[in-house]
Design a protein around this ligand. Sequence first.
Ligand code: URA
Ligand code: SF4
Length: 207
Amino acid sequence: MTDAEPYVPDTTEISRLASAVRSCRGCGLYRDATQAVFGAGPEDASVVVVGEQPGDVEDREGEPFVGPAGHLLDEALGEAGIDRGSVYLTNAVKHFKFTRPERGKRRIHQKPGRTEIVACRPWLLAELAATGPEVVVFLGATAAQALLGSRFRVTKERGRVLDLPDGITAHAAKFVATVHPSSVLRAPDRDAAYRDFLADLRVVAAV
Ligand code: URA
Ligand code: SF4
């Protein structure tokens, strides 16, 4: 089994990590994606937000959270009093996984599998070591389980301030798990889903 480890340079410089990720072959996802989408934001960010994987827009633009889910996230961060500019935004998996049904042009998002999430984890760990945040926000189960293991339940633990396991950052840090902004966009009662999402982000703002 391969993973990203051999491709991750031994550095805490985000810019060096971001340039190295472009040649990662740690799993098969690099083949069909346009490019790797690394995290973005200040190297000394006190908040790191972890999503699932780049979407269609992110894959084309090469930046995280610039599509519809990103716009909703921006709005909620702003309303919670968290400045997007002070947040480091990244994803559990750095390449877009998709299918093209019936040879159509449209690319449909596919959930990354356990193998890909585990393969890509060294990049996420390197980003957390480089930024050394006080609080990590996991958006959805994929993000949370990438670091906390597949038994972690976002539905049960969302909106609570919990301790990040030792050894992930140099100093003790907290984390808050919540849902993914895409799930808010898809929710039957979108207003209620947005309110709950915002409530979780307010918890982050208060840490
Ligand atoms: N969804 C994610 O999880 N990450 C992105 O960058 C965009 C959408
Ligand atoms: Fe490497 Fe992650 Fe891309 Fe797989 S998804 S090729 S592990 S950067």
